[in-house]
Every structure is written in structure tokens, then in C-alpha cells.
Design a protein around this ligand. Structure first.
Ligand code: GDP
Length: 527
């Protein structure tokens, strides 16, 4: 098999969490271990703060940061780790969902004080759609959090995921003493702000080792023995295969800010996390070890400088070898394209690269040739599947305030929606342009960028819709009748798919009951 060494070296993943659980802090500690950054504080949070909802500078700042940190690659112990960043703010959740299609696994951070939060649930649902393997990191053990057994119960029931703890905390908050590694049966003792040097590890023959009570006290030693006996009885041996199939999530405990438990997490991650995986395409399954290159675009980022219209398209390499200046087949446009300046995200040399392998993400300068979901191959015609568009929840009609700028407006709307900033629908019969978003903040971004980058001034009028559902039916006549009958609620998405815009949950349920031959879908896979 070609490039096997390259494939085996790579791990491509994302860290996900509800805002504030510690994603940025954990990312930073990983990068410090990987030598990709030298000092703490180098990774800027890409959070948009609540109070800054209307602050356009904040939006620009956010875009700047998210270009710079979209992908962070580093080497650790001969493993090439590609860490893909995801926006924390829920209004940009779609961007996160799409990024998750480009990773092979995720690390989910949970705050031990807050437990499972709203965004945690949504993110794990998306992981479940593709059976993406998940490792859970329970963070902030230096604070008084929930009892760890209760936390496991909560995570299992709220996220509908089976867990397998691989480490176990000795107390929390002020009494926090460390974590016991159930995997290699060693004890890691806690000192705030430590660098996790070797001497903090206490290898133990077994939990009856005399050194244990000496280091953590009789009472805690007894409690640990009891806990571990219980855990081993309940969970048994860790089965990596179940983890790789997305059926069981290993759990680690630690404190990112104190750099505690992070090295353990990273080391276990590189041992157990999946290599670049095979992926389904419209015609077959693509294996990473195939000779011929293929990959897809999962994210597009506009240039921050409005005088330059070029954008950066993020390509996930799925098979074969990507090469600079080599012609590849752009499946949707039926044309061959090549790239003279493909961009690597390796922190040490953020520069033009000659080649890339499965698992890698390459930045391609784009002058408007790419849409999210586009596929590049060495000639074969197929698309990677499973890149979803989610049903938007807020809808606004676009009203052009300057008829002289109609062309610019249309171009801007097309380009921004190609980037995945929002979804664009055209009302049936009418021609009314409707933008659908997940969060209010996205509308502000659109209005601001249309004006600044395309000189198009628009007014956005709220529409009383609650959800967009993609419609399909085995009975074309029934579908045609429904479209005719409900024409004011019917629109087309950008790819010409029929969409029903429901005014309320009640209307939606009624229509679903009354039209059993029509299927209502809440996501539309781009392919
Ligand atoms: P994100 O929104 O998930 O990226 O979270 P951040 O990494 O920005 O962290 C949110 C807040 O939690 C920050 O104030 C961090 O300093 C703090 N934090 C992160 N890890 C820990 C930890 O282990 N213990 C405590 N006490 N605070 C932490």
C-alpha cells in the first residue's frame, strides 16, 4: 500500500465543548506539548462575547483569529497531529458541524462543575451521525464539581453514549490530590501549575502498595481502592474496537489550566485514536491507502482584506497524495485545476507545501471556484457524502436598498452562502430571496459583509417561519400537489432542492400527518 507510513503517522481531530468548558485552554496545552507554541497565552480564544453581539470589530477580530487557528498541526512523538478548530459560539454551530465531517475523532471537554450543557448535546448528536469516536475530558477538577460517579451517569444518560473511565480522580476542588490511571495503573499526583514532569508519576504494583497511603493518606487510599474495585467490576477491560466504532467513549479527568492530566490524555490519544479513515462517496467507499488522490472542501474562508476577493478553501485529503502544481479534477465544474501555492498549517512552517497525505488539511487560494462539499479527484466522478446542511431556525427576507447594486448583491449572496455563512432560499413563484440562519449573529455578519465587501446595502425583514424541511417523495404527483397547494411556504435551496418553510411546530406536524407520502427532512446532505 502506498503512503502507508504517512497515513499511520497522522491523527486528525477536533476539540469540542460548550463555551467556557476549557477548549481553548486544552488546545493551548496540547500545542505546548507539541512544541507548536512556546508560551501560554499564545492561543487566543475565538469566542464572541455575548455583550459584543453588535460589535462588528469583534466579528472581524473573530474572523482573523479563526483563519489563523483553523487548523493547528504539530508533531508529538513521531505522530503528526492535525487539530481542527471549531467556533464556540452557538450561532456558528453549522461551521462546527461541517468541520466535524473532516475529522476522524473528537475530544469532548466537559466542565465538572456544570456537567452536560446545551451545546455539548448538540455536538455529540452530530458525532453520532457519523459514529465519530469520542474521548471525554472532564475538566476543572481543581474546582468543587459534581461527584464523578454522578457525572458519568449524567453524561451517559444525557448524551446517550456509553462511557469507559480510563482515569479516576482522588477528590476534587481544594482536596484534589490527583488521578489514578486505570489503563496503565499509575498514579499522577496533583500540584497546581505543574509542568507534569516524570516525578509526579507514582507507579504502583497494585493499589495495596504501601506507598499509596503515604502519599495520599489512609482515608483517600481506602476510598480509591473501593472506587477502583467498583469501576473495574462495572466496566471491565477497555475495548479499543468499541471506541473506534463510536460505541464507547473513554473518559479522562484533569485540569487543563493546571496542565494536569493533559499529557496523559495526549499520550493515550495518539495511541488509541483512529488513523485517517475511509469515507463514503456517492459511488463507493474511498480508502485512504488508494493510489489516487481525492479530497473535499469542508470550509471556505473569505480573505480579510476586502480588496482581495480570493478566499481560502480548506481541503481535507482523504486518499492518495495531494501535490502542488499537479492538475486535479474538480468534479462539480468538470474541469482540471491546479494549485501553485497550497498552504500548510504546520505551526513551524506555515508556508507553501509540496505534498499532503490522507488526514491532512490544505489551504487552497480560491477565486470563487469552490463551494462547501466540492470534491477533487484524479479524474473519477464522485462526491464525498455526509456533509450536512441543517435546518435553519431564523429566516429573513433580503430587501435590496440600492437597485443600482443588484448585481453586486447577487454575487455577494452567492459567495457568502457558498462559504456556508448562511443558507439561501428562493421562494417559489415569487423570487423573494430568503436567508436562513441558525443564530442572529450570522445575519449581522451577512449584512456587514455585503456592505463592506460587495457595496450592497440590504434590509433584512423577519419572516414568521420556524423551520425549513427538505421534501422528498416516492410519489412525484403527491409532491407536485403539495407544492401547488402550499406554494407560499415552498422555496428552493441553492441547489434546486424543494424546501417547505413551516410557520410553527403545529403546522409542521399537521402537514406531516396529512401527507404521509411526503418525507420531511431536517438536514440536507450536500451530496
Ligand atoms: P472555551 O470557551 O471552552 O474555549 O474555554 P476556555 O479555555 O477559554 O476556558 C474558560 C475559562 O475556564 C477560562 O477562564 C479558563 O481559564 C478556565 N479554565 C480552563 N481550564 C480550567 C481548569 O482546569 N480549572 C479552572 N479552575 N479553570 C479552568
Amino acid at each position: 500500500m502506498k503512503y502507508l507510513n504517512e497515513i499511520q503517522k497522522r491523527r486528525t481531530f477536533a476539540i469540542i465543548s460548550h463555551p467556557d468548558a476549557g477548549k481553548t485552554t486544552l488546545t493551548e496545552k496540547f500545542l505546548l506539548f507539541g512544541g507548536a507554541i512556546q508560551t501560554a497565552g499564545a492561543v487566543k480564544s475565538n469566542k464572541i462575547k455575548k455583550h459584543a453581539t453588535s460589535d462588528f470589530m469583534e466579528i472581524e477580530r473573530q474572523r482573523g483569529i479563526s483563519v489563523a487557528t483553523s487548523v493547528m498541526s504539530f508533531e508529538y512523538k513521531n505522530t503528526l497531529v492535525n487539530l481542527l478548530d471549531t467556533p464556540g459560539h452557538k450561532d456558528f454551530a453549522e461551521d462546527t458541524y461541517r468541520t466535524l465531517t473532516a475529522v476522524d475523532s473528537v475530544v469532548l471537554v466537559i466542565d465538572c462543575v456544570k456537567g452536560v450543557e446545551e451545546q455539548t448535546k448538540r455536538l455529540v448528536e452530530v458525532c453520532r451521525m457519523r459514529d465519530t469516536p469520542v474521548i471525554v475530558f472532564v475538566n476543572k477538577l481543581d474546582r468543587d464539581g459534581k461527584n464523578p460517579f454522578d457525572l458519568l451517569d449524567e453524561i451517559e444518560s444525557e448524551l446517550k453514549i456509553r462511557l469507559h473511565p480510563l482515569s479516576w480522580p482522588i477528590n476534587m476542588g481544594r482536596d484534589f490530590k490527583g488521578v489514578y490511571n486505570l489503563y496503565d495503573k499509575s498514579l499522577l499526583l496533583f500540584k497546581p501549575n505543574q509542568k507534569a514532569t516524570e516525578e509526579d508519576y507514582l507507579p504502583l504494583e497494585n493499589l495495596n502498595d504501601d506507598i499509596l497511603p503515604v502519599r495520599i493518606g489512609e482515608k483517600d487510599a481506602a476510598q480509591l481502592r473501593e472506587d477502583v474495585e467498583l469501576l473495574e467490576g462495572v466496566y471491565g477491560d477497555f475495548d479499543r474496537e468499541s471506541y473506534l466504532q463510536g460505541k464507547v467513549a473513554p473518559v479522562f479527568f484533569g485540569s487543563a489550566i493546571n496542565n494536569f492530566g493533559v499529557k496523559e490524555l495526549l499520550e493515550t490519544f495518539i495511541q488509541i485514536a483512529p488513523l485517517p479513515q475511509h469515507r463514503a462517496v456517492t459511488t463507493r467507499v474511498v480508502e485512504p491507502s488508494e493510489d489516487k488522490f481525492s479530497g473535499f472542501i469542508f470550509k471556505i474562508h473569505a480573505n480579510l482584506d476586502p480588496r482581495h476577493r480570493d478566499r481560502i478553501a480548506f481541503l481535507r485529503v482523504c486518499a492518495g497524495k495531494f501535490e502542488r502544481n499537479k492538475y486535479f479534477h474538480h468534479v462539480r465544474l468538470h474541469k482540471d485545476v491546479r494549485f501553485s501555492n497550497p498552504y500548510s498549517f504546520l505551526a513551524r512552517d506555515k508556508d507553501v507545501i509540496e505534498s499532503a497525505f490522507p488526514g491532512d488539511v490544505v489551504g487552497l487560494f480560491d477565486t470563487g471556484n469552490f463551494k462547501i462539499g466540492d470534491t477533487l479527484t484524479e479524474g473519477e466522478d464522485f462526491y464525498f457524502t455526509g456533509i450536512p446542511s441543517f435546518s435553519p431556525e431564523i429566516f429573513k427576507e433580503v430587501v435590496n436598498k440600492d437597485p443600482m447594486k443588484t448585481k453586486q448583491l447577487e454575487k455577494g449572496l452567492l459567495q457568502l452562502t457558498d462559504e456556508g455563512v448562511a443558507q439561501l432560499f428562493t421562494q417559489f413563484g415569487g423570487n423573494k430571496k430568503i436567508i436562513g440562519c441558525v443564530g442572529e449573529l450570522q445575519f449581522e455578519v451577512i449584512q456587514y459583509r455585503l456592505l463592506n465587501e460587495y457595496s450592497a446595502s440590504v434590509q433584512l425583514n423577519s419572516l414568521p417561519f420556524y423551520k425549513a424541511c427538505w421534501l422528498t417523495s416516492k410519489d412525484p404527483k403527491k409532491l407536485a400537489e403539495f407544492i401547488k397547494f402550499k406554494s407560499s411556504n415552498i422555496a428552493e435551496d441553492k441547489d434546486g432542492h424543494i424546501v417547505y418553510l413551516a410557520q410553527s411546530e403545529w403546522f409542521l406536524n399537521t402537514e406531516r400527518t396529512n401527507n404521509p407520502d411526503i418525507e420531511f427532512h431536517f438536514t440536507s446532505e450536500i451530496h
